[in-house]
Design a protein around this ligand. Sequence first.
Ligand SMILES: C[S@@+](CC[C@H](N)C(=O)[O-])C[C@H]1O[C@@H](n2cnc3c(N)ncnc32)[C@H](O)[C@@H]1O
Length: 272
Amino acid sequence: MSLTLQELAKRDDFDAQYRQGHLAVVRAVERAVCGCDYGATSWATQGEAGQIAAALELAPGVRLLEIGAGSGWPSLYLAGRSGCDLTLADLPLEGIRIAAGRAVADRLAGACLAVAADAAQLPFRDGCFDALNHSDVLCCLVRKREVLAECRRVVRPAGRMAFSVIYILPGLSAADHARAVETAPEFADMDADYPTLLAATGWAIRRRHDLTAEFRASCIRKLDAEEGLRGELEPLTGAADFDARQARMRRRIAVLEQRHMRRELFIVEPAG
Ligand SMILES: C[S@@+](CC[C@H](N)C(=O)[O-])C[C@H]1O[C@@H](n2cnc3c(N)ncnc32)[C@H](O)[C@@H]1O
C-alpha cells in the first residue's frame, strides 16, 4: 500500500470518526441529515441511495463493490433492500469492523465480504464485479486517476458504476477559489475535471445528476441539528472546536449558494 502522508492522516481522521459514529447524539445528527443511522461520513441521503440502486439495477445475484465503504453506508442499506451480494472495501479498520457487525445483525440475504484495501490497489481479479459505488470518496483521496483505473479494471465489461463527488468549480478568481477550498473536503480541488479523468481511465458517462442544491440543504440540516444538540456535542470536541466547525459550515453554505463548489452523482459504464 502506498498512501501519501496526507492520505495516511486522513485515514486516521476517518478512523476516529467511525469510532464516534455509534454515539446516540452523532446518530441523531446523521438521521436528520441523511435519513440513516450507519455512522455515515458522506452526504449520500436515503433518496440518493434509491437513485443509486435503480441506476445499478441491484438485485439478487448482482455483485456490488463499494470502495471507501466506511461503516457501511450506503452499500449495506442497498444490499439489504435489493438482496445483491456485497463486497465492502476501505482503509480505516474501525469502519470495516462496524460494517461487518452491521452486516451480521442485518442478516443480509446475499453474500457479504468486508476487506481492508486501498482503492488504488484493489485485491480483486479483473472484471469480477457487476456494479460499483463510492460516495464522496474521490474528494477524500489524492490518487483519483489510479482509483478510477482500478474500478475500471475490476468491473465486468457490461457493468456500471455510480459515484458522488464534491469538487471546486474551475475558472474561479483566486479569492473565490481560496474560499471554496477552505470549506471543501480536503482533496476536492484538482487539476483535471471528472469527465477528462473518466475518459482517460476507460469510462463513459451515462448520466450526471447535479446534487448541489440537495448538498446545500443537507449542510443546513446538519448545522441546525448540531446547533440543537450543542449541549451534547460540545463536550466531545470542546466549545472552540464546535464553534469553528459551525462557522466553517456557514461559509460552506455560502460557497454552495454561489455554486463555486458542486456535488454530483455520476453514473458511468466501461467505454467502447
Ligand atoms: C466520505 S467517506 C464515505 C464513507 C461511507 N461510504 C459513507 O458514505 O459514510 C470516504 C471514505 O473513503 C475512504 N478512502 C479514502 N481513501 C481511500 C483509499 N485510498 N482506499 C479506500 N478507501 C479510501 C475513507 O477512509 C472514507 O471512509
